[in-house]
Design a binder for this molecule. Structure first.
Ligand SMILES: Cc1cc2nc3c(=O)[nH]c(=O)nc-3n(C[C@H](O)[C@H](O)[C@H](O)COP(=O)(O)OP(=O)(O)OC[C@H]3O[C@@H](n4cnc5c(N)ncnc54)[C@H](O)[C@@H]3O)c2cc1C
Ligand code: SF4
Ligand code: SF4
Length: 1014
């Protein structure tokens, strides 16, 4: 049995008192101090881990003013704060052991859009894609781009001075910031924008911290004019971190403190609002995917492409391409980047042209086509082919792949994982090819694996060497490589941080700025933050401070993870491998990725949050000398704790006894087990798998709630109740039964059993009964005409019409459907972590289905989640004992059997709202249905929706009812409202029952619509 994990990382006394005082003030935001909430922000995408004291989520600028004013009280002067947005930094910029000030949760409103004057005012917790979605209706967009655009915030972009694809034309974030509202640590409000003459004079004469800031900045810029000119390299990605080059215009005398804040990595002030310049969306866009025989050829050809006046040129190497090919994302681009027959494709350049004038655009495209054709026919420059996309959706797909590639670089099968520490160097573009040769040599000499891609137009190279930081020797190697890359980059007159900021690389700041200029930075830090309380250690320290800068030698995640035994790390790889890139925070409500974090806005309830908790749980168990793998095998062997022990432990839990496992359990209970993470996360962090294992172990210590049994045994009681549906429906339909079910069992909206039953429909519709001997006697040709239908408890007993229509459709198509006897699938047991029972159910069912598979007759199931369980959970539970049986989804079975020409269109348009488990695990499913409908004269389009909020039984859990409905309203509500209800289709039983209970009317399954077309 797992022990009670009662060790707590205690919060410091002054922080405790501060939180108490804040709670008692007019502060309107939220404060989190649970271990789980602190752990959720203890990492970003870097290798570092710092546990904060607490996390504060302000709701307004005034809240932050209050926080800072309170922090001025003498008893709180040792408390420090680090602002945080999406937490996607690659170098630990937002990490701290003090208090995290997270602006992403509440301060995410778009305040004003002025389309005429091309600007927008936002709170800084707004996500970049959220902003562009709002601007699209006005024909505008915020142009600085970055790979993390679906979760990085404007505050994080400003503070890291983010940029990416298209930066030669669009510049960096700082080029588009018109004004900022910030709060200083002393509580004063700093409004910044370009100031000239009188306005400037007024500020300089102020006798407060703001006056001191202006005076210091002007003094530094005037006294160091030449030094600044010489030290800041003339690169597109200039030297960030107190941008002395752009803050003061010596010709006009204009001072813009906004420039100092951009790229300051939250080390000067808390930026709460930003006014941003926005641009017109280019009307014409064209993308060339140019293919090369090697990465080096692609790199060397880049200047030639830049000369073609492209908006951007991006290079991707074969390692990254191959990683993308193995990921779900490749499915969306495989037609846009095809292989070249007879040639090895080892690198590509993605080149974009974007113009408002069609003629200019065409001219550029034609010119490049001529040049590329010449190179190809002369076999020059390693160009082996190219493809052009003009369609915006296709262009977005290619960029989607490119953006995900950064995350994919973090994926690896070995214990050495590609990590960020030298991942965004920047050199003058003309030096890039030579620089990369030396860079590769450096990594090759150390025997390190890596993939590369970059914004070659700007000289930025993305590379993540693979290291195992659980090995202390490899940690030393990281430091060695880091130092060598610093030297190499300096040799090529470049920058160590071309894109992602400094964070824990701040220690290299003096080397790049030079001692004199670095001292000026420290003077600037002093006037903003004299006591080093704002994101301390990042970029620089105040001039009189003796504190150190943060360093690449800081405590890393590996230091914690290495405490977990290797075997456990391997076994729990889906949790251990999360690298914190934050893709699971995707703000897009129409994406299936993590409904629980979307609805709760709580990072604890994200795949990353759950993976982090799991790692810590495993670490604590290891430190308690618990062999978790042994415990699990004991449970499988039936060695459970006694009911008395569990009762005793549960009483202790009810009386408030702390156990870290309860915090983990809370996070796991919020998970819908929709499995979107297991395919959408670039590292394939698979929460439902480790969640089930955790629950299995947890409930050996603590009693289960009654609803767990209610869910897990549905496959046992539904067939019995299904024999007398009207009798049971009468009881479950009574108000008193609903009240009792909610109060006693904790479940709501229990669905009614199907009446008439499936059994009676089969008889009425003359469906062949299952007779094994008869089937065995069929010839091979006859078997081709048969289809075996695999039942699941939900459609068979609660949605029998769907199964009936499936059988009728199969019949109408000229095949003979045969219903297999009902066999429990086990998925409900898996969801609730009854893993020992699930193993038995899965074994029984697999034995049966393998026996049926010997008949060599196709097997088809109805509900996607249940069918996919045979592929995934069965594989995990049974390994090679699973056997080779294959249960197909209806569309998988039918599509290859379509013969002859498509029927003429009958004008029937249908809309498919896909099941999240299905469309993430089998991304071609929507398209397969579309092909089938077209074949029979209909049309079907896939509607972009996230999760419906039901996810099996989650939506029936009384404690989750509000969340379930809120998830529905994130995307399904609007999607359903936009289309004729009768034309909306859903493959998932859960989705149909969620629509029914919320809209009062169910949706059809696609087979039912198909039947109407036949
Ligand atoms: C897979 C991957 C790809 C990436 N690709 C790119 C890329 O193409 N281009 C690029 O530029 N970057 C890239 N990054 C780095 C990172 O995503 C960006 O720099 C991003 O702008 C950070 O935004 P965030 O909201 O996540 O900020 P966080 O990580 O939360 O914070 C970043 C810094 O900003 C400070 N900060 C945040 N909000 C505020 C505020 N309101 N006031 C003051 N300070 C604040 C924090 O203290 C911290 O120092 C990538 C990262 C990953 C993981
Ligand atoms: S769970 Fe996956 S997507 Fe989320 S942070 Fe971890 S690796 Fe990234
Ligand atoms: S299974 Fe779904 S709800 Fe659970 S963590 Fe993964 S994406 Fe989120």
């Amino acid at each position: 049995m797992i022990p009670n994990l009662n060790h707590q990382e205690n919060i410091k006394q002054d922080t405790f008192a501060f939180i108490k005082a804040l709670n008692e003030s007019d502060y309107s935001g939220e404060i989190a101090k649970s271990y789980a909430s602190r752990l959720a922000v203890a990492t970003d995408n870097s290798v570092y881990q710092c546990l904060p004291q607490a996390v504060i989520y302000p709701k307004s600028t005034q809240d932050i003013v209050l926080i800072c004013q309170l922090a001025q009280q003498p008893e709180f002067v040792d408390i420090r704060f680090s602002p945080r947005g999406g937490g996607t930094g690659t170098n630990g910029q937002s990490l701290t052991n003090d208090i995290v000030l997270d602006l992403s949760k509440y301060m995410n409103n778009i305040l004003e859009i002025n389309a005429e004057e091309s600007w927008v005012r936002v709170q800084t917790g707004v996500v970049k894609d959220q902003l562009n979605d709002a601007l699209r209706a006005h024909g505008l967009f915020f142009s600085p781009d970055l790979s993390t655009s679906n979760r990085a915030t404007i505050g994080g972009m400003i503070s890291n001075d983010a940029s990416g694809q298209g930066s030669l034309i669009y510049g960096k974030t700082s080029d588009h910031v018109l004004a900022l509202t910030s709060v200083l640590i002393d509580g004063s409000l700093l409004e910044t924008k370009p100031l000239t003459a009188i306005d400037l004079m007024e500020q300089v004469e102020r006798q407060d911290s703001i006056g001191a800031i202006y005076r210091q900045v002007i003094d530094t810029c005037e006294s160091q004019k030449e030094n600044i000119e010489q030290s800041f390299p003339k690169l597109n990605r200039f030297l960030t971190g107190y941008d002395l080059k752009h803050v003061y215009d010596h010709d006009t005398g204009t001072v813009d403190l906004t420039r100092i804040l951009c790229g300051a990595e939250g080390s000067l002030a808390f930026i709460t609002e930003a006014t941003l310049h926005v641009q017109t969306i280019p009307t014409y866009r064209t993308l060339f995917n140019i293919k090369y025989d090697s990465f080096q050829s692609a790199l060397q050809n880049a200047p030639f492409l830049v000369e073609a006046n492209a908006l951007s040129v991006e290079t991707v190497d074969s390692t990254v391409l191959n990683l993308a090919k193995e990921d779900i994302v490749w499915h969306s681009v495989k037609e846009l980047i095809t292989d070249v027959p007879g040639q090895v494709l080892d690198g590509i350049n993605i080149v974009e042209f974007a113009e408002a004038d069609e003629a200019i655009q065409q001219q550029k495209i034609d010119a490049l086509i001529v040049k590329l054709d010449t190179l190809i026919s002369n076999k020059e420059a390693g160009v082996i082919g190219y493809q052009i996309c003009n369609d915006l959706a296709d262009i977005n797909k290619v960029y989607g792949m490119r953006k995900k590639a950064v995350g994919l670089l973090g994926k690896a099968d070995s214990t050495a994982k590609p990590i960020a520490f030298v991942e965004d160097t920047c050199v003058p573009p003309e030096n890039l090819a030579q620089y990369i040769i030396e860079f590769r040599q450096l990594l090759d000499d150390k025997g390190l694996h890596y993939g590369m891609f970059g914004h070659v137009d700007a000289g930025v190279l993305h590379v993540r060497p693979a290291l195992d930081l659980c090995d202390p020797e490899q940690e030393k190697l990281m430091r060695e490589v880091s130092d060598k890359v610093v030297a190499l980059t300096a040799k090529y007159k470049g920058l160590m941080w071309g894109e992602h900021g400094k964070g824990f690389r701040s220690e290299y700041g003096p080397a790049f700025f030079g001692e004199v200029l670095f001292n000026e930075l420290r003077k600037i830090k002093t006037v903003f933050d004299p006591l080093n309380r704002v994101n301390p250690g990042k970029i620089c320290t105040p001039i009189d401070s003796t504190e150190q800068l943060v360093s690449v030698d800081a405590v890393k995640r590996g230091a914690f993870d290495r405490q977990i035994p290797v075997k456990v790390r391997e076994s729990y790889a889906p949790a251990i491998d999360c690298n914190g890139n934050g893709l699971c925070f995707n703000y897009d409500t129409t994406s299936p990725m993590c409904p629980s974090v979307k609805v709760s806005k709580d990072r604890v309830h994200s795949p990353k949050g759950r993976a982090g908790l799991m790692r810590e749980w495993l670490r604590q168990l290891a430190n308690n000398d618990i062999d978790i793998l042994q415990l699990e095998s004991d449970l499988y062997a039936g060695k459970n704790a006694s009911i008395f022990t569990r009762f005793k432990n549960t009483l202790a839990k009810r009386s408030g006894e702390y156990d870290f496992s309860h915090e983990v359990m809370e996070a796991m209970k919020g998970c819908l087990a929709c499995k979107a993470c297991s395919s959408q996360c670039p590292i394939q962090v698979d929460v439902p798998t480790f969640r089930a294992r955790f629950m299995h172990l947890y409930h050996d210590r603590y009693l289960r709630p009654m609803k767990d049994y209610f869910v897990a045994y549905v496959e046992q009681y539904a067939p019995l109740m299904g024999e007398m549906p009207r009798f049971f429906n009468f009881f479950t339909g009574l108000k008193v039964t609903s009240i009792l079910t909610e109060k006693i069992v904790g479940m709501v909206d229990i669905p009614q059993l199907s009446s008439p039953t499936l059994k009676s429909s089969l008889k009425k519709n003359d469906i062949t009964e299952f007779d094994l001997q008869k089937l065995q006697a069929l010839s091979a040709a006859e078997r081709e005409q048969y289809v075996l239908i695999v039942q699941d408890p939900f459609t068979t007993y609660y949605d029998a019409d769907v199964v009936r229509d499936l059988l009728l459709t199969i019949k109408k198509l000229g095949y003979k459907p045969v219903m297999l006897p009902f066999k429990p699938n086990g998925k409900p047991q898996h969801i609730k972590g009854f893993l020992s029972k699930f193993a038995k159910t899965a074994k029984d069912s697999a034995d049966f289905l393998n026996q049926m598979a010997d008949l060599n007759i196709a097997m088809v199931g109805t509900d996607p989640a249940m069918v996919l369980c045979y592929r995934d959970e069965y594989e995990q539970a049974l390994g090679n004992k699973r056997g080779e049986f294959d249960v197909q989804l209806f569309q998988e079975w039918l599509k290859p059997r379509l013969i002859g020409d498509a029927k003429p269109s009958v004008g029937a348009d249908f809309y498919l709202l896909g099941h999240c488990t299905e469309k993430t695990a089998e991304p071609t499913s929507g398209n397969d249905w579309a092909v089938i409908f077209k074949h029979f004269g209909g049309s079907l389009s896939e509607v972009a929706v996230g999760c419906c909020g039901m996810a099996g039984t989650y939506g029936h859990d009384a404690g989750k009812l509000a969340e379930s409905k809120a998830i529905y309203s994130l995307s399904w509500e609007a999607a359903i409202a936009q289309h004729e209800r009768s034309q909306c289709l859903a493959t998932g039983y859960s989705c149909r029952s969620q629509v029914k209970r919320i809209e009062g009317e169910t949706l059809k399954h696609p087979v039912q619509a198909l039947l109407s077309l036949l």
